[in-house]
Design a protein around this ligand. Structure first.
Ligand code: PEP
Ligand code: MG
Length: 568
């Protein structure tokens, strides 16, 4: 059994699909029978072409035409009669094995293309390498992993999954386990929005299993078991069943209000990454969208999305939520979130560097396009816009100023615009939390981003496992920052939400309720458990507990206080 971090709750029992580029070594065998080798070669070549066709078909609609063209180039290469002819003659003349012949012919072709002083031929060299690699793997019966081709129930095991890997997961991916990552890494966030159980930060998982091994993924407790015995399988099948039933039972709360025993109402909203995620929020009883991370629109694109493309996405979300509140965050790119078509400056600390609102205020062309798309979409629902990574009031004023300019321009152009768009900000930098009462005079609302607020308060990179012990949202220093934010807002009649992972944490909810948080925004699957819990609590008791928590010294003291209070 291996321990990791439960990043997206649930259970899965399935065969391992290992996402790892295989290493192939080619041996030369002489004196082999040419007809057998040629038959083997023909079969492997047909499979190679079929594989490329299948990958291309899966990628259609997801990749740009330019990227899809690569598959055509590969198909052309695999169908090149000269390439095929050379390999076959080598097998016939030298009586060598097919993979050795393919390897040798390919190496010669690559060397010839690479020696040419021409970009076109150098790209062809890359095509030959790719196609021959696939061909050699097929000759040797070695699997080249491709997530979109998974066709039986599997648990995906990888060192890490990039956002584009996660985009390829299909209905057969029953869960995933990765060696690195934490609860707030983007693979974890994606897993929750896809509602796929996931264990991340599971060191040693790649070494512990082989492709095809049976695995139990316990993404409730953050555990992975490789090749379990019958009794363990039975035990986990029962746990998975109970978990499913518990989830079913929560459905009675789908349309219920979120209201404490003593009548204090709060709002439970969902975090989304794409318009498709709206369905999950609705199906899990979300009362709104508390965070739409628009950067995925930019990350899943080959160039900056146009105003019209963005407009369509925002309109879809607003219409999908049917008049319920939608908080859209403007582009939060940089740090660990990069774009293939934009060069970021080299920086020692990208998380502290040129990112989010800093980049948008520097590149107002990018910012204006997004704001225009949002303002145009505003008439389709209840839109709130928020800016990420605000540190100073000057930044907020400048960003809001750009918003006002674009709004005025659109109105002058005769575009219908909602007159009730709220403009707020993320509180995720300690400087903003400490100065919240001043920000609240100008911002319509706050949403506390604890993923970053913890990272910046503790000076602990949220991507680093080595310092993950400092991810302590319940540390009194964090609670004090949250209190300052909420008090600063309420003094000025503003509402405060939280869209960091802490909002969906069962241990944190009682204390956040006590501190006066108005809106909790979380991954869709956490909404119903959170409603069940809040509906069982008394606001007055939670206030008392929160006040006590603020006087404590350590995170573990706060955790103990919460446990004691809840078990009373
Ligand atoms: C946060 O920082 O808490 C947050 C919600 O934003 P992200 O995780 O996208 O940085
Ligand atoms: Mg953030």
């Amino acid at each position: 059994m291996l321990k990791g971090i439960a990043a997206s709750a649930g259970y899965a029992i399935a065969r391992v699909y290992k996402l790892e580029q295989p290493v192939v070594t080619i041996e030369k065998k002489e004196g082999v029978e040419p007809t057998t080798e040629i038959a083997k070669f023909d079969a492997a070549l047909s499979k190679t072409k079929a594989d490329i066709e299948a990958i291309k078909a899966q990628a259609e609609g997801k990749l740009s035409d330019e990227e899809l063209a690569v598959f055509d180039a590969h198909l052309m290469m695999a169908s090149d009669p000269e390439f095929e002819g050379q390999i076959k003659s080598m097998i016939e003349n030298d009586h060598v094995n097919a993979e050795y012949a393919a390897d040798t012919v390919a190496a010669n072709t690559v060397a010839m293309f690479e020696s040419m002083d021409n970009d076109y031929f150098r790209e062809r060299a890359a095509d030959v390498k790719d196609v021959t690699f696939r061909l050699k793997c097929n000759l040797l019966g070695v699997l080249i992993p491709n997530l979109s081709l998974v066709d039986e129930d599997s648990i995906i095991v990888a060192h890490d999954l990039t956002p584009s890997d996660t985009a390829q997961l299909n209905q057969y991916a029953k869960g995933f386990a990765t060696a690195i990552g934490g609860r707030t890494s983007h693979s974890a966030i994606m897993a929750r929005s896809l509602e796929v159980p996931a264990v991340v930060g599971c060191a040693g998982v790649m070494e512990a299993c082989q492709h095809g091994d049976l695995m139990i993924l316990d993404a409730v407790n953050g555990e992975v078991i490789v090749n379990p015995d019958e009794a363990t399988i039975k035990e986990y099948e029962a746990k998975a069943q109970a978990y499913k039933e518990e989830k079913e039972a929560l459905k009675v709360l789908l349309h219920a209000e979120t209201i404490t025993v003593d009548g204090h109402q709060v709002e439970l909203a969902g975090n989304i990454g794409t318009p498709k995620d709206v369905e999950g929020v609705i199906n899990n009883g979300g009362e709104g969208v508390g965070l739409y991370r628009t950067e995925f629109l930019y990350m899943n694109s080959q160039e900056f999305p146009t105003e019209d493309e963005q407009f369509e996405a925002y309109k879809t979300v607003l219409e999908g939520m049917n008049g319920k509140k939608v908080v859209v965050r403007t582009l939060d790119i940089g740090g660990d979130k990069k774009l293939s078509y934009f060069t970021f400056p080299e920086e020692m600390n990208p998380f502290l560097g040129y990112r989010a609102i800093r980049l948008c205020l520097d590149r107002k062309d990018i910012f204006r396009t997004q704001l225009r798309a949002l303002i145009r979409a505003s008439k389709y629902g209840k839109l709130c816009i928020m800016f990420p990574m605000i540190a100073t009031l000057d930044e907020f004023r400048e960003a809001k100023g750009v918003f006002e300019e674009e709004k005025a321009k659109l109105i002058a152009e005769g575009v219908e615009v909602s007159d009730s768009i709220e403009v707020g900000m993320m509180v995720e930098i300690p400087a903003a939390a400490v100065n919240a009462d001043n920000f609240a005079k100008e911002a319509d609302f706050f949403s506390i981003g604890t993923n970053d607020l913890v990272q910046y308060s503790m000076a602990a990179d949220r991507m680093s496992e080595k310092v993950s012990y400092l991810y302590q949202p319940l540390n009194p220093s964090l609670l004090r920052l949250i209190k300052m934010t909420i008090d600063g807002a309420h003094k000025n009649g503003r509402w405060v939400g939280m869209c960091g992972e802490m909002a969906g944490d069962a241990m944190a909810a009682p204390v956040l309720l006590g501190l006066g948080l108005d809106e909790f925004s979380m991954s869709a699957t956490s909404i119903l458990p959170a409603r069940k819990m809040i509906n069982s609590l008394k606001k007055s008791e939670m206030e008392e507990m929160a006040n006590k928590a603020l006087t404590l010294a350590t995170s573990s003291e706060v955790t103990q206080l919460i446990k004691d209070t809840l078990n009373k």
